[in-house]
Design a protein around this ligand. Structure first.
Ligand SMILES: *[C@@H]1O[C@H](CO)[C@@H](O)[C@H](O)[C@H]1NC(C)=O
Ligand SMILES: *[C@@H]1O[C@H](CO)[C@@H](O)[C@H](O)[C@H]1NC(C)=O
Length: 355
């Protein structure tokens, strides 16, 4: 054997171990496609395994016992594109714990116990396109937590306890096409919160506590096709607020609200039905909550009755006022005539006296 051959042989084990080290699979997990896909679902793990290969692009840690996402947990996993951690008991995402994941495209943290997000949550997540945070305990979305994820297309914040969203919270998310806020505790849809969401196609706000939509809240939305507002606390809406949606076709979902069925509401929905780009999908299911005599009936079944009643009462009032005026005029005229007669009689009397 030549000296060169010997040298090669000597290096071989080193090369081999380096190559296989690259492909190691954490002992508790299953790996596929030369460890590109690492499946650690339901293994009772309470921490992220340390030996996940650097080349992996999918890591599934769902249904384990993680309680924290710790700083440096994912250090070195620079190929990771999909990270799933749903159905754990995560209550803290420590600062910078995700900061090595520059190429991450999908992050699933649903079904955990998060109450808040760290300010730098999205610091390095600039490739992120889909973020699931549904079924947590979040109460507030502040202005910085999502500010670096400007590629985000889908954001799921449903079934949390969100009461307030900072007006700047979604400012960087100009590519967002789906925003799910169902099942939270929002009271008002505020002006400015959606000011950069020109690409938003689906906005789900069902099952909140929304009783007011501020007049400019919907005006920035140019691509919206679905607006879900079922199961809120709306009693009235303003036509102008919805008219500001400059879209080609938006489907509105408005049932399960405590509507006050009066002529005004009937007019608003009547106008919405006549605007080509707006369509109330569940108009037949808009049920009146008040006034008492309409409660339980659908707005559609009342037809134009409400406005007829209103017109009738306006008519009655007008006629009453007119009659009163006419009565007063007649009375005044009669008084004038009486006075005239009286003074005529008096002057006649004076004449007679003069004789
Ligand atoms: C997570 O839990 C929910 C509710 O318990 C269940 O519907 C879902 O299938 C679970 N997902 C995973 C990935 O285990
Ligand atoms: C829901 O909104 C009403 C006002 O419409 C308010 O009084 C109530 O406190 C709100 N509930 C929650 C849980 O925020």
């Amino acid at each position: 054997m030549s000296a060169r051959g010997c040298a090669l042989l000597g290096v071989m084990p080193l090369l081999l171990s380096a190559a296989s080290g690259f492909r190691l699979c954490p002992s508790t997990c299953l790996c596929y496609e030369s460890s590109d896909l690492v499946d650690c679902r339901s293994r009772g793990l309470d921490r992220v395994p340390s030996s996940v290969p650097h080349s992996s692009w999918l890591l599934d840690l769902s249904a384990n016992k993680l309680t924290e996402v710790r700083t440096r947990s994912f250090i070195g996993l620079w190929s990771l594109k999909i990270l799933m951690m749903s159905n754990n008991s995560i209550h803290v995402v420590q600062p910078q714990s995700l900061s090595s994941l520059q190429f991450l495209e999908r992050l699933d943290l649903s079904f955990n116990r998060l109450r808040w997000l760290p300010q730098d949550f999205s610091r390095s997540l600039s490739s992120l396109q889909e973020l699931r945070l549904d079924h947590n305990l979040l109460q507030h979305i502040d202005s910085t937590a999502l500010q670096d994820s400007d590629n985000l297309r889908k954001l799921d914040l449903s079934y949390n306890r969100i009461q307030a969203i900072d007006v700047k919270a979604f400012n960087s998310l100009s590519r967002l096409s789906l925003l799910n806020l169902e099942g939270n505790r929002l009271n008002v849809l505020r002006d400015g919160v959606l000011s950069r969401q020109q690409s938003l196609e689906v906005l789900l706000l069902s099952h909140n506590n929304i009783s007011a939509i501020e007049s400019e809240a919907l005006s920035p939305l140019r691509s919206l096709t679905v607006l879900g507002l079922q199961g809120n606390k709306l009693t009235h809406i303003r036509f102008k607020t919805f008219l500001k949606l400059q879209t080609t076709r938006t489907h509105l979902q408005m049932s399960l609200n405590p509507w006050t069925c009066d002529c005004e509401l009937q007019r608003v929905f009547g106008k919405i039905q006549h605007v080509r780009h707006l369509h109330t999908e569940d108009y037949k299911d808009i049920i009146c909550h008040s006034p008492a005599q309409q409660a339980g009936g659908s707005l559609a079944s009342l037809d134009s009755q409400l406005c007829l009643m209103e017109t009738a009462s306006v008519l009655v009032i007008t006629i009453t006022v007119m009659l009163a005026v006419i009565g007063a005029l007649v009375k005044a005229e009669r008084n004038r005539k009486n006075k005239q007669l009286q003074s005529d009689a008096e002057s006649q009397d004076k004449k007679n006296e003069g004789y």
